[in-house]
Design a protein. Sequence first.
Length: 238
Amino acid sequence: MSAEDFFNLHRDLPRQGPGEAADVAWLGEQVDLPDDARIADLACGPGADIGPLLALAKGASVTAIDRQPQFIEEAHAKWGNDPRVDLLCGDMIEPGGPYDLIWCAGAVYILGVTKALNMWRSAMSSTGLIAFSQICFWDKHPPADLRDFWAQEYPAMSDIDGIDSWVQAAGYKTLATRRLSADAWESYYRPLEQRIARLQEDAEPDLLRVLENTKTEIKTYRQFGKHFGYLLSVVRPA
């Protein structure tokens, strides 16, 4: 997929992956952050989670980082005038810090869970936490068609126990987990479907293939969503 086709499909969407404000609110019930919590939103996309993250603590500040300047521009349109928010175009490998909370919604797979947790350790405060969502199978033996689909899309995909083993391999422990709801998926897929419908009629062949592949992804979730999804994990160094 070319960068141009990717942004033709993904520009001006409210979020770039499954999620909802309720996920962040749940996180707030699991952790005890200082009033002046410093929070990193890594791979922030257009900034859908910035508002809920700010609500986690009375004097919270958020450093939102994404390597795609187009997404930072979209986030800046919403949050650029808020002194509590710092928007940076950069790599999540070196997020700065120290942070009381590192939040990474749906993008930890890019580095791999173990590698990401190891790399972010130096960016955490002495009492810091990391919350990340990672796609996984809910079943030990998912349907063959579903396993074949993900073998092409993301061969490293594991299950809940696999995620926890990656966490432990980095020297962390899991404090709490939450399965993202169907609403979290639909908050991403419904606007994406609307975008596909607008683009499809006049799409060039390369973009049309991207649109068809995305429609297949959505169809796979609608068919097999009870067998896989995103697990939100809250972890800290053991």
